[in-house]
Write a protein of this length. Structure first.
Length: 559
């Protein structure tokens, strides 16, 4: 075990794009990414980054400016991410299926100067931009522009309805024109940004469950990628990463994209995942590293078309985003053995506040129920809840993390930052995760439960307060409570308990109006799959809704 615990790394004082450029110099002819069969070599990828950086410069984007990327995993999204870094700007990564009000919040919160999106989402983006009252430029890309022939010719036939977009030279830009201007202007001067400057903003709930902008630096992303390379335990030469986890997710961005690229690997970009296409994707692309959430690996077990298929090409399978149950791990490991693979699925743990994983099951060693050992140069400490007091091994407490991937702070929220990033007596700054866990004598970490109230659906964080706010906005609702309930495929789904105002009787009409309100205001995985009307809900001694009582009721009913 000592070999796992003593590793350390020399970290570069560079920007993210510079690390990718290093890989490009070493492997110019390797595919940086592949999309629907179309390959982009590192040499060409660097040229695209330079051109797109010129495009951003041509519309006035420069050092420190924030630009929102509201895209699935497409080439334009990856190009934009690194081009913004090249221009010295900051990428704000958000889910393209976010509701209009959520997008409006993200744009306003980050003071974004522009937003990059697909034509499929234009109407929603346009509404959100107008609602902010801010001057925000919209850059509109089209998937078909990155498809190989004949897919590019056939793609428009698969799109239902046509979005009419009025492009102009000041506020709404067509991607192809934007790139053309970038080519004319040329790349901007090399930015003088520092390795510890803000480079990316991701969104999470923080320790209080409120939506927070998480400020991540160049070092945070670079350190994560290098740590992952060391912790992997196998050669990353010829790496082919199945980049199915989305860019707006720390796991998808930090592991699925950046880790692969700075190691000279290939990202197989998957804009939309479905169980039906999973087997075909694996058989065709033969990725040797598969990162994902438990629902993805549960889907692997249900996928037709892999019977008898030799999967010995897989070097690593990493699970994060939610807890991997002991039973699911056993089933996946058995599946791998049946398909001629000698590896095991490995579980990681982390938070968006340190990009993503900061702890991982070793390559060749597993302790049942453990989430592994800390990454190189990353320290874990278990403390007594609401204190900085370190607990001895095998005692449950709050998980705290210190290391080079820990965030800079929460955007415009010094109080929450101070609650979460705390100096301890050892001189280190510790991230208080809000999660309960334990560490044994060998340094293996065990996750117990979340202290902060959160629901994880298919690996995505859903904050009950946001769902409840959308429900409570209905004029006939007195109050509500949203909880996560077990789901066979998504691990959890949202159920809402609703108390109506005096004299109002439950009806399908009210239920549908509540659901419609949720569809407008919250991310689609946060829309309740069930609504139960009650006359009253259990309360705590201080009068708050006792959501844990409701969770216990549901868990009892499914046993």
């Amino acid at each position: 075990m000592e070999k796992h615990l003593r590793q350390t790394i020399d970290y570069p004082y560079t920007l993210m794009y510079e690390e990718v450029y290093k890989a490009a110099r070493n492997k110019p002819d390797v595919s940086a990414y592949e999309f629907q069969g179309k390959k982009t070599r590192y040499e060409d990828f660097v040229k695209k980054i330079e051109t797109v950086a010129g495009g951003f410069s041509s519309i006035g984007i420069g050092k420190g400016d924030r630009v929102t990327i509201c895209m699935p995993n497409t080439p334009q999204a990856v190009d934009s991410f690194y081009a913004l870094n090249r221009a010295g700007a900051v990428s704000v990564m958000i889910h393209p299926l976010s509701a209009v009000e959520e997008i409006e919040f993200y744009l306003s919160k980050t003071d974004s100067k522009a937003i990059v999106t697909l034509n499929l989402f234009y109407e929603k983006i346009k509404s959100a931009v107008e609602n902010t009252g801010m001057s925000i430029k919209i850059i509109v890309a089209d998937i078909k522009d990155e498809l190989p022939f004949p897919k590019n010719a056939l793609y428009p036939l698969t799109v239902k309805g046509k979005t009419r977009i009025k492009y102009d030279s000041r506020t709404v830009f067509k991607w192809s024109n934007f790139v053309r201007e970038g080519h004319k202007k040329g790349a901007p001067e090399k930015p003088d940004n520092k390795y510890d400057d803000e480079a990316v903003i991701l969104f999470s709930g923080g320790t209080t469950g409120k939506t927070k902008g998480i400020q991540l630096t160049n070092l945070n992303l670079n350190a994560l990628a290098l740590q992952t390379g060391v912790a992997a335990g196998f050669s990353l030469d010829g790496l082919r990463m199945l980049s199915v986890m989305p860019l707006f997710h720390g796991f998808g961005l930090g592991i699925g994209i950046h880790t692969a690229l700075i190691h000279g690997g290939t990202c197989i970009l998957v804009p939309q995942f479905s169980v039906e296409t999973y087997a075909r994707l694996i058989k065709k692309e033969k990725p040797n590293v598969l990162p994902g959430v438990p629902t993805l690996f549960e889907a692997l077990l249900r996928t037709d078309g892999l019977q008898g298929f030799d999967m010995s090409f897989i070097r690593g399978m990493f699970c994060g985003g939610d807890s991997l149950s002991i039973e699911l791990k056993k089933k996946v490991d058995e599946f791998l053995r049946e398909h001629n693979s000698s590896i095991q699925i490995r579980e990681g743990y982390g938070t968006t506040e340190c990009v993503t994983a900061s702890c991982l099951t070793p390559y060749d060693y597993y302790k049942e129920g453990s989430i592994g050992i800390p990454f190189p140069d990353t320290y874990y400490k278990i403390v007594k809840v609401d204190t900085n007091e370190k607990l001895p091994p095998n005692h449950d407490g709050e998980i705290c993390i210190s290391g080079p991937s820990v965030m800079r702070g929460y955007l415009d929220d010094p109080d929450e930052t101070a609650r979460t990033l705390r100096p301890h007596g050892d001189g280190r700054i510790w991230l208080h995760t809000g999660d309960m866990g334990m560490m044994d004598e060998e340094g293996f970490v065990y996750f117990r439960q979340r202290l902060k109230r959160i629901i994880i659906v298919s690996g995505y964080n859903i904050y009950p307060s946001q769902v409840e706010n959308a429900i409570d906005a209905h004029p006939d609702v007195m109050y509500s409570c949203a909880i996560g309930i077990p789901d066979k495929y998504k691990m959890h789904k949202v159920k809402a308990f609703v108390v109506l105002r005096e004299g109002v009787e439950p009806s399908e009409k009210i239920k549908e109006e509540i659901l419609e309100n949720c569809r407008k205001k919250v991310f689609r995985f946060g829309v309740p799959s069930e609504i139960e009307f009650r006359r009253e809900l259990p309360k705590t001694l201080v009068g708050k809704v006792a959501y844990r009582v409701l969770e216990d009721e549901v868990n009892e009913s499914v046993r």
